[in-house]
Design a protein around this ligand. Sequence first.
Ligand code: PEP
Ligand code: MN
Length: 338
Amino acid sequence: MIIVMKGSAPKADVEHVIKLIEEMGYQSHVIWGTQRTVIGAVGDERGKARLQSLEVLPNVESVVPILQPFKLAGREFKSTPSVVKVGNVEIGGDKIVVIAGPCTVESEELLMDIARLAKEAGATILRGGAFKPRTSPYAFQGMGKEGLRLLALAREETGLAIVTEVMKPEDVDLIAETADMLQIGARNVQNFALLKRCGEVGKPVLLKRGMSSTIQEFLMAAEYILSEGNYNVVLCERGIRTFETATRFTLDLNAVPVLKKLSHLPVIVDPSHGTGHWEYVSPMAKAGVACGADGLMVEMHMRPEMAVSDGIQSLKPEMFRQLMKELGPFCRAAGRSL
Ligand code: PEP
Ligand code: MN
């Protein structure tokens, strides 16, 4: 349920309503607005009638049900788009944010070269997995702690914010000490213990859509993080499984306007995993901007032929520079800047 307070409601009345909601056994989530404050009461649906009675209070304007199952991620709770701050970078504002870097952190020299290039070409966030979810247990699993150290080094030199993947709830604290943003990968989108832990820690989260997740399941995964009080969630469309085999996944760009309509959370597009081939990355990156995404996540490598993972979908330096140049007009056409 949403409790909409009157525009003139003093803070004490809002706090009184919060107290009553919590006494009834509900979680309260407050959006302090300039026009009016709204309070989301989230919990057992069966107690709706009791919440409805809050309408008798003097500064309560209305008590309305939230119809969608994603209570906090949806537009019913918050009608205006959210902006998520990652270091000094804002995702969901006027600017299209480009996150770039290797699939995996491989070595200091390589990561530094990639970070310098990303920065110089106009990216603002550096990506790179230190802990990698690999389909095969025999494949390289990432550099772990040493990878985090290298990411921190790259941030120190370039000023880029960093995002890196977290796979287990017990790793969240360690990774959150270094990362500016925690990535939850497609394979972990329904790892509910991980989602909750990332919600508790409060760091911005980049949540990737599962390759078999419906849009509703994807938003319910985001809801797990929000319900722990962490509203700094960015959704990432990264391709789904279909019958098509010509590309690694099918980048579901339909999801971008649908997510934008249903949710206030920022949405970015990952054309690297979405296509699985470097040749298709640039056109689909542009398409992502054109259909309303707030940013892009692109894999890039100095020597993709030598990459330990996802080399085939990684852009070479000159291709990445070219993409960044070509993106400008698309961003402007979409009413944004780069
Ligand atoms: C990645 O970003 O390198 C990755 C593993 O992505 P996804 O979880 O989308 O497969
Ligand atoms: Mn990858």
